[in-house]
Design a protein around this ligand. Sequence first.
Ligand code: NAP
Length: 254
Amino acid sequence: MARDGAERPVALVTGASSGIGAAVAERLARDGFAVVIGARREEQLASVAQRIRDQGGEVLALPLDVRHRASLDAFVAAAEERLGRVDLLVANAGIGGGGRFAEASDEEIVALVETNLLGVVRAARAVLPGMLRRGSGQVIAIASVAGAIPVPGLVLYGATKAAIVNLAAGLRREVGHRGVAVGVVLPGFIATEMTQQQGIPMRLPPPALVAEAVARMWRTRRRLTVVPGYYRLLTALSRVLPGLVDRIARRIEI
Ligand SMILES: NC(=O)c1ccc[n+]([C@@H]2O[C@H](COP(=O)([O-])OP(=O)(O)OC[C@H]3O[C@@H](n4cnc5c(N)ncnc54)[C@H](OP(=O)(O)O)[C@@H]3O)[C@@H](O)[C@H]2O)c1
């Protein structure tokens, strides 16, 4: 298994043209992975790949649209063909969805579900046969604190992320004993293009914090992590005192 051998382990990162995905890809490359990165904006993706190469990393950049199964299947197949296997999938690609649920258009609803939920489901589905065949591998999905604590303005977004948390837990129980670890990261607000577009009026932590959490999850095979740590109390409270968190969360408006 690549984790123990001399060969570089291979990591796939979806949605690596900016923000958290780019930071994760750079971090994994620094940690010795050969990284395969995918996204729709090919120029941005190429600059991330160049940054990785400049730092001595090994990278393959491929166009990817996670809303299309054929694109995801081709992305995974190309990685397996050119690098021999996939040791780690970081299913990160996602879009934000602000606005009131009652006013969302059908196009917005479909885009959110296809990108944030189906994109992760299909990415995991595409890498699992190879991992199960080899009896080793890891899938890490990027969900959100909004998946644990729904907030006004991010209702459908939060629902797609809650589904991912559930998916990861179920998958872990289904394949964990066959050598494949499954984990999920729940980031709070992070400074990326997504939060910039949402106009979040606070100073936010950098995407490198989430990249660090992913790198740690690879080492520890932990099931779930919430970053930054200050959201952990709130997510725990939402389970034991949902009424109190209701009162806090309904004041937040994205
Ligand atoms: N920033 C936060 O506060 C925060 C908090 C919690 C969770 N998250 C999650 O973190 C992940 C990354 O978001 P970010 O904050 O880093 O925002 P971002 O900078 O906007 O990055 C989103 C990434 O997803 C890619 N993407 C979107 N649609 C795609 C598609 N159909 N096919 C392939 N790639 C696609 C984008 O690439 P292209 O546009 O080039 O395709 C981009 O690389 C998302 O899943 C988001 O929900 C973010």
